[in-house]
Design a binder for this molecule. Sequence first.
Ligand code: NI
Length: 178
Amino acid sequence: MAIRRVLRMGHPLLRQVARGLVPAEIGTAEFQALVTDMADTLHDYGGIGLAAPQVGESIRVALIEIRGGPTRYGELAAMPLTVFVNPVIEVLDPVTAGHWEGCLSVPGLRGWVERPQRVRVQYTSDRRERRTLELQGFNATVFQHEFDHLDGHLYLDRMTDLTRLAFEREFERHLRDA
Ligand code: NI
């Protein structure tokens, strides 16, 4: 078990387009060690998603784990810890809705981001299986946020109204239920 340090905004690696993995790279001991480290890191930092570039690996791998029920992001549909390799997102409905997002690479802040709320994700699992998933609502937002990391984007890039950027404490006090 190894908890990695999460790179923060300003580190150039967070702004690179990560490279895809070839099938032979998926499931190797090195790959599994990275996935285990990423899961340990995600749990230690208390996040719901983590992309490989955030721990210094510029490859197209992301982990998402959404515990159902009440969370700091509201009431969510649960998703067990899942590994996404080379994910591709297709927007099924261009209508957007906003959510308050946070990011382990941008600690202490929350920002309101509008994104499409119905998407289809095609990806390779950590067992090299091709998978397809359809997502709605906040879960669709979470996936777009994580996969943005693979293209060098942070949620701040997606904000259209910077008056809706806040520190977490002020967010909790003044904005969460507003
Ligand atoms: Ni993030």
